[in-house]
Design a protein around this ligand. Sequence first.
Ligand code: CDV
Length: 317
Amino acid sequence: MSRFINVAAAQLGPIQRSDTRSEIIERLLAHLRQAHAMGCQLVVFPELALTTFFPRWYMEDPEEVDAFYEKEMPGPTTRVLFDTAAKLGIGFYLGYAELTVENGRAHRYNTSILVGQDGKIIGKYRKVHLPGHAEHEPWRAFQHLEKHYFEPGQSFDVWRAFGGVMGMALCNDRRWSETYRVMGLQGVEMIMLGYNTPVHNPPAPEHDDLSMFHNQLVMQAGAYQNGTWVVGVAKAGEEEGCEMIGGTCIIAPSGEIVAACSTKGDELAIARCDLDLCHSYKSTTFNFERHRRPEAYGLITSRRGAIAPADVEMSPA
Ligand code: CDV
């Protein structure tokens, strides 16, 4: 059997701070229209797709900071995305900064939503693995203040949609095997994942040459080890003087890349994804029910950091 879904990985080139929301949304709409013209049912946009990657700056003025967040979704400027999706009958995944007030307290998250072909929100995900730091670190060429600007999300959920089981993650989540496995244990068949990854890693510049290799390594491994499609979508190119990797790609449950962008600008990579391809991995090598040994994995949830065994004093012979 085959269950096909035509998916567009909608890479965005850089978004500068001076770009208005309306200008940015025009670029997203162009992607939606082009993907629809090419027969797609789903478009995947990057992380923080409505703004420049603002955690690269330390800002103290709350008004300046809050301008980067969406207070409602859809809101006055984003509604056109939902209306266009409904009109074209095309769904989308969108990453953005969310500001919500609960019990009189403001909460800020790095969020993505999945929107159906009817233009209605199916599900929301809040980024669990927030990389970087919480305090200003002036020694860096640029900041990575996600721990300052966002609270972590608490779960990896999946949704029945688009004829399959769909999951969401954001950027740094892709480097953690737990991300894929928690969704794998819920039968995920397609993980959508937007990212903003600078080429330069200030705390470990020795990794810079490997940034694209690591990007593909983690997503290909996550796809194969969980028998799922992975759609990884970059915001790419030189954004406010910071060079971002591209590497947008669609990965099959075999771990193979089946479509990829070749530029660092606005570009679609399109694949006809058969969700039934997941089955041959989920029912053989990665038949979890048959082969997993959770009784041996207790440390995964009980311990956060690595602790090596203490050195054993060797008594003299
Ligand atoms: N936006 C991200 O989560 N970026 C990280 C950076 C810190 C390397 C990433 O894992 O790509």
